[in-house]
Design a protein around this ligand. Structure first.
Ligand code: FES
Length: 117
């Protein structure tokens, strides 16, 4: 007897990628998604293993950002923050810094280990 499975999509529906920057480096991520989910889009091998509650409780996902309208937010939760075209992410929590380290690695060997092609 076959077991019924219900697939829950990881990302909210999107038609295109939008541009954001993380610590000055440009990235393209799916529109209509929360910033933490976009971090997962960029680093699918590490973000799922972080200690994130995804529910505004643990605080491990803290970031500081500048929104496209120029407004700075110093204590944003990436599990709650919807991305926008032009969003700039400045500071990352320690947990995010560790999980996103591949994005900023200058060691190609480490990159290839984490992203075999
Ligand atoms: S993931 Fe826990 S507060 Fe955002």
């Amino acid at each position: 007897m076959e077991e019924a499975r219900f697939e829950i999509p990881l990302f909210r529906p999107y038609q295109k990628l939008v541009h954001i920057s993380i610590q000055g480096k440009p990235f393209s991520v799916p529109e209509n998604n929360l910033l933490l989910r976009c971090f997962q889009f960029l680093c699918p091998d590490t973000i799922p293993y972080g200690r994130y509650c995804w529910n505004e409780e643990c605080q491990y996902c803290r970031v500081s950002v500048t929104k496209p309208d120029g407004k700075k937010v110093t204590q944003a939760l990436s599990c709650k923050l919807m991305i926008e075209e032009g969003l700039q992410v400045h500071e990352l929590s320690e947990e995010l810094t560790w999980n996103l380290r591949r994005l900023f690695s200058s060691n190609p060997e480490e990159d290839s280990l984490n992203n075999p092609s």
